[in-house]
Write a protein that binds this ligand. Sequence first.
Ligand SMILES: [Mg+2]
Ligand SMILES: [Zn+2]
Length: 161
Amino acid sequence: MNKAIFLDRDGVLINNKDHYYIWESSQLEFIEGVFDNLQLLQQKGFQLFIVSNQGGISRGLYTKENIGQLHEELIQTFSNHQITISDILFCPHHSEIEKCLCRKPESLMIDKLMAKYGLNPLESILIGDNESDMIAAAMAGIQGIRITPNQNMSPFIAKLL
Ligand SMILES: [Mg+2]
Ligand SMILES: [Zn+2]
Protein backbone atom coordinates (compact mmCIF):
# COMPACT_ATOMS: atom_id res chain seq x y z
CA MET A 1 0.00 0.00 0.00
CA ASN A 2 1.11 3.52 -0.71
CA LYS A 3 1.55 6.21 1.89
CA ALA A 4 0.41 9.78 1.40
CA ILE A 5 0.75 13.31 2.61
CA PHE A 6 -2.51 15.27 2.39
CA LEU A 7 -1.76 18.97 2.25
CA ASP A 8 -4.10 21.76 3.12
CA ARG A 9 -3.65 24.50 0.51
CA ASP A 10 -4.08 27.97 2.03
CA GLY A 11 -1.64 28.77 4.82
CA VAL A 12 0.32 25.57 4.12
CA LEU A 13 1.36 25.84 0.46
CA ILE A 14 0.09 29.29 -0.49
CA ASN A 15 0.46 32.36 1.67
CA ASN A 16 -3.01 33.59 2.63
CA LYS A 17 -2.16 36.36 5.04
CA ASP A 18 -3.13 39.02 2.50
CA HIS A 19 -6.09 37.17 0.94
CA TYR A 20 -8.68 35.14 2.80
CA TYR A 21 -9.86 33.67 -0.50
CA ILE A 22 -7.44 32.75 -3.28
CA TRP A 23 -8.77 31.94 -6.74
CA GLU A 24 -6.57 33.57 -9.36
CA SER A 25 -2.91 33.28 -10.25
CA SER A 26 -2.07 36.89 -9.37
CA GLN A 27 -2.77 35.92 -5.75
CA LEU A 28 -0.34 32.99 -5.74
CA GLU A 29 2.52 33.42 -3.32
CA PHE A 30 4.22 30.19 -2.32
CA ILE A 31 5.29 29.82 1.29
CA GLU A 32 9.00 29.72 1.99
CA GLY A 33 10.58 26.28 1.65
CA VAL A 34 7.53 24.64 0.12
CA PHE A 35 9.30 23.23 -2.94
CA ASP A 36 12.23 21.80 -0.94
CA ASN A 37 9.88 20.39 1.69
CA LEU A 38 7.61 18.64 -0.80
CA GLN A 39 10.60 17.26 -2.71
CA LEU A 40 11.89 15.73 0.54
CA LEU A 41 8.53 14.19 1.40
CA GLN A 42 8.29 12.78 -2.12
CA GLN A 43 11.79 11.30 -1.85
CA LYS A 44 10.66 9.55 1.34
CA GLY A 45 8.03 7.76 -0.71
CA PHE A 46 4.95 9.79 0.13
CA GLN A 47 2.39 10.43 -2.62
CA LEU A 48 1.20 14.05 -2.41
CA PHE A 49 -2.41 15.28 -2.43
CA ILE A 50 -4.11 18.60 -1.75
CA VAL A 51 -7.46 18.87 0.08
CA SER A 52 -8.91 22.36 0.33
CA ASN A 53 -12.09 24.06 1.56
CA GLN A 54 -13.25 26.60 -1.01
CA GLY A 55 -16.38 28.01 0.55
CA GLY A 56 -15.95 31.16 -1.53
CA ILE A 57 -17.61 29.24 -4.37
CA SER A 58 -20.77 28.75 -2.31
CA ARG A 59 -20.61 32.43 -1.43
CA GLY A 60 -20.50 33.36 -5.13
CA LEU A 61 -17.09 35.04 -4.91
CA TYR A 62 -15.56 32.83 -7.62
CA THR A 63 -16.42 29.69 -9.55
CA LYS A 64 -15.42 26.04 -9.66
CA GLU A 65 -13.86 26.82 -13.04
CA ASN A 66 -11.65 29.51 -11.47
CA ILE A 67 -10.42 26.98 -8.92
CA GLY A 68 -9.98 24.27 -11.54
CA GLN A 69 -7.79 26.60 -13.59
CA LEU A 70 -5.79 27.71 -10.57
CA HIS A 71 -5.21 24.11 -9.56
CA GLU A 72 -3.97 23.20 -13.04
CA GLU A 73 -1.48 26.02 -12.67
CA LEU A 74 -0.48 24.76 -9.21
CA ILE A 75 0.10 21.26 -10.56
CA GLN A 76 2.22 22.69 -13.37
CA THR A 77 4.29 24.88 -11.04
CA PHE A 78 4.99 21.96 -8.72
CA SER A 79 5.81 19.80 -11.72
CA ASN A 80 8.37 22.40 -12.82
CA HIS A 81 10.00 21.76 -9.43
CA GLN A 82 9.98 17.96 -9.96
CA ILE A 83 7.05 17.55 -7.58
CA THR A 84 4.07 15.39 -8.53
CA ILE A 85 0.73 16.31 -6.99
CA SER A 86 -1.32 13.16 -7.57
CA ASP A 87 -4.72 14.79 -7.08
CA ILE A 88 -6.44 17.87 -5.69
CA LEU A 89 -9.92 17.78 -4.14
CA PHE A 90 -11.80 20.84 -2.98
CA CYS A 91 -15.10 21.39 -1.22
CA PRO A 92 -17.11 24.18 -2.90
CA HIS A 93 -19.65 24.45 -0.08
CA HIS A 94 -19.89 26.82 2.84
CA SER A 95 -21.45 25.65 6.08
CA GLU A 96 -23.40 28.91 6.50
CA ILE A 97 -25.02 28.41 3.09
CA GLU A 98 -25.38 24.68 2.48
CA LYS A 99 -24.58 21.52 4.38
CA CYS A 100 -22.25 18.94 2.93
CA LEU A 101 -20.11 15.97 3.92
CA CYS A 102 -16.89 17.16 2.31
CA ARG A 103 -15.98 20.45 4.00
CA LYS A 104 -13.27 19.91 6.59
CA PRO A 105 -13.62 19.07 9.51
CA GLU A 106 -15.53 16.34 7.63
CA SER A 107 -13.20 13.72 6.23
CA LEU A 108 -14.89 12.80 2.94
CA MET A 109 -12.21 14.33 0.68
CA ILE A 110 -9.53 12.33 2.49
CA ASP A 111 -11.66 9.16 2.58
CA LYS A 112 -12.24 9.36 -1.18
CA LEU A 113 -8.55 9.74 -1.97
CA MET A 114 -7.59 6.92 0.41
CA ALA A 115 -9.99 4.59 -1.39
CA LYS A 116 -9.20 5.73 -4.93
CA TYR A 117 -5.42 5.49 -4.53
CA GLY A 118 -5.29 2.53 -2.12
CA LEU A 119 -3.47 4.47 0.58
CA ASN A 120 -2.43 3.07 3.92
CA PRO A 121 -3.99 5.12 6.75
CA LEU A 122 -1.33 3.98 9.22
CA GLU A 123 1.39 5.64 7.16
CA SER A 124 -0.52 8.65 5.85
CA ILE A 125 -0.51 12.13 7.31
CA LEU A 126 -2.42 15.38 6.86
CA ILE A 127 -0.52 18.65 7.18
CA GLY A 128 -2.74 21.64 7.98
CA ASP A 129 -2.76 24.95 9.78
CA ASN A 130 -6.22 24.79 11.27
CA GLU A 131 -8.13 22.88 13.93
CA SER A 132 -10.60 21.72 11.26
CA ASP A 133 -7.72 20.03 9.41
CA MET A 134 -6.76 18.13 12.55
CA ILE A 135 -10.33 16.99 13.16
CA ALA A 136 -10.64 15.82 9.54
CA ALA A 137 -7.41 13.83 9.90
CA ALA A 138 -8.68 12.21 13.09
CA MET A 139 -12.01 11.35 11.45
CA ALA A 140 -10.16 9.78 8.53
CA GLY A 141 -8.04 7.77 10.96
CA ILE A 142 -4.72 9.32 9.98
CA GLN A 143 -2.12 11.41 11.75
CA GLY A 144 -2.48 15.20 11.62
CA ILE A 145 0.37 17.67 11.87
CA ARG A 146 -0.60 21.25 12.62
CA ILE A 147 1.92 23.76 11.36
CA THR A 148 2.23 27.50 11.92
CA PRO A 149 0.25 29.26 9.15
CA ASN A 150 2.27 30.78 6.30
CA GLN A 151 5.63 29.66 7.68
CA ASN A 152 8.21 27.20 6.45
CA MET A 153 6.93 23.78 7.54
CA SER A 154 10.38 22.20 7.70
CA PRO A 155 10.62 22.06 11.56
CA PHE A 156 7.30 20.23 11.65
CA ILE A 157 8.18 17.61 9.05
CA ALA A 158 11.80 17.07 10.15
CA LYS A 159 10.81 14.09 12.28
CA LEU A 160 9.19 12.37 9.29
CA LEU A 161 12.37 12.48 7.26
MG1 LIG B 1 -5.38 26.44 5.79
ZN1 LIG C 1 -18.54 20.25 0.65
